[in-house]
Design a protein around this ligand. Structure first.
Ligand code: MSP
Length: 548
């Protein structure tokens, strides 16, 4: 049934599957939270590729390099803005390489192709009369790069001084009066409400509701300023035809999603299969309003459709507190306490997207050790142990398999393995990576228990070759299915495991895990015997093992 649906959808879908991450500010080095956003998008595109291998994936990421924030950070680092941007942008590229984030395009807002797209988009808004010039005054937060309405401010004391800060972000604001270009956001309230009522357009639904509530409650839904005086913000793209004004960094940044696909060049967009509207745009909860209100409004104004789906996620806190430089709890991925595959796994495995997840090094190490080393790695190591294998073995008879299945542990395991792909398909399709991981780990626990109770080393001693082969076969088949399913979460480890199991490269798609081979009569153990360490246990202290 699923195969038919997939075939039909791949025939129907000539267009590519387009996934985006937000583009990252270069005002500081990447941390765990930034990495998480990119990992979510990477897992989404990997699952799509897994289930729809013929589909052309466009997966964009990049860096957001304009604005006061960057200007100030470069000055503080004693570097020119462009040298500074090169440096931090490169740190993101390195990070994504280390974590196997398989993007197809990395865009920087300082690139010419992007400037061309922004200029064109602006002109389009002007042509359609959605932009006008006006005097503007309000509270501006440099950190958020946004004007904050009076009603969204509270008073705070910083360094003994009374200041106003944004309730939402906690960042301070400064009073600003200037002549700006304004965007007629107010014209889009009803259109936005209609769009936001589309089922699943923002997921998890909690965030869709948040946006709708925002529009419902906000009786005052004003136009927004979309430029700043170039005298204040010189590190930015100029307004076409008015050098004194620079384009608002958020408008500039959002357009990156179009620059990547060649906008405004019709021919390039046509050749790449018309990827807009994007299929999934991943965003953190802090930038939901920019993507769920401003971005669709800008797009509608320019005659484009909004994205098909926004996938929003909550944040990672550290020891229960929001990561911040001033608190001193920002975690650099390289110093998190575990190698990239483990950190990647734990971030995707722990966060639910709906509520904030808390990071601690102890938790990271405990999960990596217990699930990657002791559950997955150990099982793979045990069933490839050379002592259990003999030349020319590996065939399992149907009656032997049936006899084994009749036993409680084997039956439980085989039933669970048969249900696993469908279960995980649902979880992945709903972006519940933690549930997919949970389901796989549950099956691997059963497999470990099965292996332990069958005592294959004793079968070997007793020369009970058929029973031994059956145990090895059921275990390795379980590992094969789990390996295929885990690819979006731990691509490197899954590849090593599938290589060890000698699964051909072209037999690692979702369709290859949907039915265990015992259901289609191909019962062969193909594991390559030999020492195999999939994941090395992490010890924080040479003398003391980490408790799991
Ligand atoms: N430059 C803007 C986005 C422009 S997109 C047109 C921006 N950049 S950012 O570097 O501050 O954030 C990038 C992503 O990292 C966002 O999705 C944000 O939610 C995410 N995270 C930043 N801190 C985070 C956590 N502590 N936890 C999880 N994700 C977090 O906003």
């Amino acid at each position: 049934m699923r195969l038919t649906t997939r075939l039909l959808s791949s025939v129907a879908r000539k267009r590519p599957f387009y996934v985006t991450t937000p583009i990252f500010y270069v005002n500081a080095a990447p941390h765990l939270g930034h990495l998480y956003t990119a990992l979510v998008a990477d897992a989404v595109q990997r699952f799509e590729k897994l289930t729809n291998p013929d589909c052309n994936i466009i997966f964009s990421t990049g860096t957001d390099e304009h604005g006061t924030k960057i200007q100030q950070a470069a000055a503080k680092a004693n570097l020119s803005p462009s040298t500074y941007c090169d440096k931090i942008s490169q740190e993101y590229i390195n990070l994504f390489r280390d974590f196997n984030i398989n993007y197809t395009d990395f865009i920087r807002t300082t690139e010419d192709r992007h400037k061309k797209a922004v200029t064109h988009f602006w002109k389009e808004l002007v042509k359609r009369d959605y932009i006008y010039k006006a005097k503007y005054s309000g509270w501006y937060s440099v950190n958020d790069e946004a004007f904050v309405p009076e009603t969204h401010l509270r008073e705070d004391i910083v360094d003994g001084e009374k200041v106003k800060v944004s309730i939402e972000s906690g960042h301070s604001v400064e009073w600003t009066e200037e002549t700006n270009y304004m965007f007629r956001l107010s014209a889009f309230k009803t259109h936005l409400q209609d769009w936001l009522k589309t089922d699943g357009v923002v997921t998890p639904s909690r965030f869709q509701k948040q946006l709708l509530d925002y529009l419902d409650k906000e009786t005052y839904f004003p136009d927004i300023s979309v430029s700043r005086p170039s005298s204040r913000v010189h590190w930015a793209i100029r307004v076409p035809g008015d050098d004194d004004q620079s384009i608002y960094v958020w408008l500039d940044a959002l357009i990156n999603y179009l620059s990547v696909i060649g906008y405004p060049d019709e021919e390039v967009m046509r050749r790449s299969g018309r990827p807009w509207p994007a299929d999934v745009q991943v965003v953190g909860k802090d930038i939901l309003k920019f993507h769920g209100i401003y971005w669709p409004a800008f797009l509608m104004a320019a005659g484009q459709f909004p994205a098909r789906r926004l996938l929003a996620h909550a944040h990672w806190t550290v020891d229960g507190t929001k990561m911040s430089k001033s608190v001193g709890n920002v975690v650099a991925p390289a110093l998190a306490g575990a190698p990239p595959p483990a950190l990647r796994y734990v971030l995707l495995r722990e966060a639910t997207m709906v509520s904030d997840a808390n990071f601690s090094e102890t938790k990271l190490i405990n999960i990596a050790n217990s699930e990657l080393a002791d559950t997955l790695g150990n099982l793979a190591a045990r069933c490839s142990a050379p002592a259990l294998h003999a030349q020319g073995t590996g065939h399992v008879s149907a009656p032997g398999l049936a006899r084994c299945r009749a036993e409680d542990m084997a039956g439980k395991l085989m039933d669970a393995v048969e249900r696993l792909p469908d279960l995980c398909h649902v979880h992945y399709s709903n972006y519940r990576f933690y549930k997919a991981a949970d389901a796989v780990i549950h099956v691997l626990h059963l497999a470990n228990l099965f292996f332990e109770t069958q005592k294959p080393w004793e079968l070997k001693k007793k020369n009970a070759q058929e029973e031994l082969d059956t145990v090895l076969y059921i275990t390795t088949e379980t590992l094969r299915i789990c390996g295929i399913i885990l690819q979006p979460l731990i691509p490197d480890l899954a590849t090593q495991l599938l290589d060890k199991l000698q699964v051909p490269k072209d037999s690692r798609n979702w369709q290859h895990c949907e039915t265990p081979s015992w259901k289609i009569g191909e019962v062969l153990t193909k594991i390559q015997p030999g020492k195999f360490v999939l994941f090395q246990r992490i010890y924080t202290d040479k003398k003391k093992k980490v408790q799991v």
